[in-house]
Design a protein around this ligand. Structure first.
Ligand code: SAH
Ligand code: SF4
Length: 471
């Protein structure tokens, strides 16, 4: 399949719409509020939406009550995420009643599903526009039409997806950045809605990515996270044979003191070569997110994951041998249809064998249009919840023990800001992506700093600035 790159001409058309919106507000700066649900890809998309909104003359606000434009960027991976987005949209209704000129739009994965689109058309009449993930670049046109045509508009995705380069961006952080390297997914894991809502897999050209990383590094960015549903199948059409390991090597050659993270890797595609590249490059964070989903080969097959627990463990062993200080994290689904107690205990066994630093665990949520939703032997909610609790219990003990290994050691962290949970303390992340709380000055925010670890919990560590670091 040929990737559709959005043409220069089309991007210019959108710039014209940007100017037209700005001219509608010649007398004042309108306010835009953007609410984001879901994964890092959605956060990255919202930064583009915010960038385009600013280019149109909007100022981004945290306060939805004063906004002239509200955009809800939604997630569809689990039902819970959809219900949250619908509930918040419902709460915006009274804002529109108070200020009829308010525009409300919904975008993202949830509205790329036909049934949700229809649902919103019928039951949320105060929503002015919807657009799916592949329509992101047309945001200026969508806003202009909503402001001038006064009729509701629902934009459908193009079926294969596309790539739009050079959209404006308003990054949330001045020292951390997301860089999407590819979009969509071809894997069709049987539980997952992503291939249906984000289209087919397509990779950005390497030169576009390297240019963006170079600019970020030059502007003092300290952490760059490369995003893709399966970064290991990165394959730009313009450079046949060039893969993710090559891209990482080229990124590490860019000058600057920055750390590179990436997510997500699919165990069927993560290669020894990739692991060797990480081992050889200190700029790459010592963290590998490798979703297992289940430890049972029978369930893995039913999920269409195309690897076995044995293959997975072999990869982990190779990683630990080559990069001893690597932190390994994972996604686990409990209660996939047909999962027996024995299947579940095999998942627990892999947890105990691998000893993850952390896991993200999910209760299986049937998704419209996916094969797993129609499978027989769906698991009872009570059984799912009980297994979920047991999974956490096993993992929490392992996470705590993994954190305790750092007690009495110095750890280099990127200082992110003030902690929300531990008022007054700074919070940072180690190369292993572990959270560290410690006392220090605001001036340290956005810098790499060494912290001496004095306490370790399940999810966080505490420490003190290494002697000689404090001014
Ligand atoms: N592309 C990434 C994951 C995207 S979705 C990958 O393959 O790793 C993020 C996580 O949500 C998945 O890893 C999976 O654990 C979880 N997930 C996806 N669909 C789900 C569903 N229907 N029910 C519960 N969890 C789900
Ligand atoms: Fe979903 Fe599987 Fe693709 Fe990940 S690899 S986005 S879990 S289909």
């Amino acid at each position: 399949m040929k990737t559709t790159k959005i043409s220069e001409q089309e991007l210019l058309t959108q710039q014209e719409y940007t100017g037209k919106v700005a001219s509608l507000f010649a007398d004042r700066r309108p306010l835009a509020h953007i609410r984001t649900y879901g994964c890092q890809q959605n956060e990255a998309d919202s930064e583009r939406i915010a960038g385009m909104a600013e280019a149109m003359g909007y100022t981004v606000t945290e306060d939805e009550k004063e906004a002239d434009l509200i955009v809800v960027n939604t997630c569809a991976v689990r039902e819970h995420a959809e219900l949250k987005a619908l509930s918040i949209t419902g709460q915006f209704k009274h804002l529109k009643a108070r200020k009829p000129s308010l525009l409300i739009g919904i975008c993202g994965c949830m509205v790329s599903q036909e049934h949700r689109k229809n649902d919103i058309k019928m039951r949320y009449p105060y929503v002015d526009f919807l657009f799916g993930t592949s329509m992101l670049y047309r945001f200026p046109e969508i806003v202009y039409r909503a402001l001038t045509e006064k009729s509701r508009a629902f934009y459908s995705d193009d079926s294969e997806g596309n790539i739009a380069e050079g959209l404006p961006v308003r990054r949330e952080s001045r020292f951390k950045a997301w860089v999407s390297i590819m979009y969509g997914c071809n894997n069709f894991c049987t539980y997952c809605v992503v291939p249906y809502v984000r289209g087919r897999e397509r990779s950005r050209e390497k030169d576009d990515i390297l240019r963006e990383v170079r600019e970020l590094a030059a502007s003092g960015c300290r952490e760059i996270t490369l995003l893709g549903q399966n970064v290991n199948s990165y394959a730009p059409e313009g450079t046949p044979g060039y893969g993710f390991a090559d891209l990482l090597t080229d990124i590490c050659a860019i000058e600057g003191d920055f750390l590179v993270r990436f997510m997500t890797s699919h165990p069927k595609d993560a290669s020894h070569r990739l692991i060797d590249v990480i081992a050889a490059n200190p700029k790459i964070a010592r963290q590998f997110h490798l979703p297992l989903q289940s430890g049972s080969n029978r369930v893995l097959q039913a999920m269409n994951r195309r690897y076995t627990a044995e293959h997975y463990i072999e990869l982990v062993e190779y990683m630990r041998e080559k990069i001893p200080d690597i932190a390994i994290t994972s996604d686990i689904i409990v209660g996939f249809p047909t999962e027996t107690e024995e299947d579940f205990s095999e998942t627990l066994n892999v947890l105990r064998t691998v000893r993850y630093d952390n896991i993200y665990s999910f209760i299986f949520s049937p998704r419209n249009a996916t094969p797993a939703a129609k499978m027989e032997n769906q698991i009872d909610d009570a059984v799912k919840s009980e297994r979920f609790a047991r999974l956490l219990e096993v993992q929490n003990e392992i996470s705590r023990a993994q954190n305790e290994r750092y007690l009495g050691r110095n750890v280099r962290v990127l200082v992110e800001g003030r902690s929300k949970t531990n008022a007054g303390l700074l919070t940072g992340r180690s190369s292993q992506n572990r959270l560290v709380h410690f006392a220090g000055e605001d001036a340290l925010i956005g810098t790499f700093t060494d912290v001496f670890i004095t306490g370790a919990d399940t999810h966080t560590m505490t420490g003190t600035l290494k002697q000689g670091e404090e001014q």
